[in-house]
Design a protein around this ligand. Structure first.
Ligand SMILES: C[S@@+](CC[C@H](N)C(=O)[O-])C[C@H]1O[C@@H](n2cnc3c(N)ncnc32)[C@H](O)[C@@H]1O
Length: 276
């Protein structure tokens, strides 16, 4: 009741109530909830409200036909809607497309560690017309979820991991089919074991998204010397609330004398300095 009255009142004043899940509250239930714990944003001014990111900032990329086409192609790889059902990650994909467009002019190949159905790579390939770059895109994944040898019990228990394992009998073939017309090298198996199968002399673009600390740390350490000067690394889970991956990413960055740029999308960015 209170929820309805509050929402109606807010709507009458031209505001929309967003559920932002403050700690310790049931954001779906406004009864007995301290409304001071909720942010109320004027809907007419909100330009973006997806993937836990709410802003009034400009997001013109949402009207770029090439970007939207690329986003939709990426999203369409999630054929069983295990990840993006009623969910969208436009701004993350915008960051990846931007990074890829930058990296296409650097020497070296592209690598994704953590592919699942290939949402990221399919979007990027379309956005920059990847085949025309003459580069190879290496796609590394177990294609059967996190590997217990390299992941903690807590990581293995993540709800998301059930999604990555659900279609494990068909996922690899599905990904091969998705990328059959592109210059990709799909490497099936557990990182770090498979890293040496990446035959790239140099890497211009590295996307890291395995939802587990150790394989991500191993990936960063393995590829750092191979990163082209100015090469870009995108860490998909840098801002995850658990902070476990972030700690490892920061520790890696510190060891190399660089810093991670923290983005409101949850991503982190590292650029290898040209003089290293
Ligand atoms: C968040 S999903 C990646 C989503 C992907 N970036 C996309 O474009 O849709 C995480 C993936 O990491 C993979 N993964 C987790 N641990 C791994 C490991 N040690 N080696 C290889 N792949 C791993 C999982 O199988 C899963 O597909």
């Amino acid at each position: 009741m209170l929820k309805k009255v509050f929402q109606k009142l807010a709507n009458m004043l031209g505001y929309e109530v967003y559920k932002m899940h403050p700690k310790g509250t049931d954001a779906g239930n406004f009864v007995n909830v301290d409304l001071d714990k909720f942010h109320v944003l004027p809907k007419a001014d909100v330009t973006y409200a997806y993937d836990l990111l709410y802003t009034q900032h400009n997001c013109d990329f949402m009207t770029d036909p090439k970007f939207i086409e690329s986003y939709n192609l990426g999203k369409a790889t999630d054929v069983n809607q295990t990840v993006l059902k009623n969910y969208d990650i436009y701004w993350r994909i915008h960051v990846l497309c931007w990074a890829a467009n930058y990296a296409k002019n650097l020497p070296g190949d592209f690598v994704d560690c953590g592919v699942n159905t290939g949402i990221f790579s399919r979007a990027v390939i379309n956005y920059i017309n990847f085949n025309a770059t003459g580069k190879t895109y290496y796609l590394l994944d177990t294609f059967s979820g996190l590997d217990p040898t390299y992941s903690s019990e807590a990581e293995m228990a993540q709800e998301l991991n059930q999604k990555y394992t659900k279609y494990k009998d068909t996922l690899y073939d599905q990904v091969k089919d998705t990328f059959k017309n592109f210059n990709v090298n799909i490497i099936k198996g557990a990182v770090p074991e498979t890293l040496t199968q990446v035959k790239a002399q140099q890497v211009a673009y590295l996307s890291v998204d395995m939802n587990c600390v150790q394989p991500e740390a191993d990936t960063l350490n393995y590829f750092w010397d191979k990163m082209a000067p100015g090469g870009i690394i995108i860490l998909d889970d840098y801002g995850n609330v658990t902070n476990e991956q972030k700690k490892a990413h920061d520790e890696f960055a510190r060891s190399k004398g660089v810093e991670v740029l923290s983005l409101p999308t949850c991503q982190g960015i590292i650029i290898k300095p040209v003089n290293l």
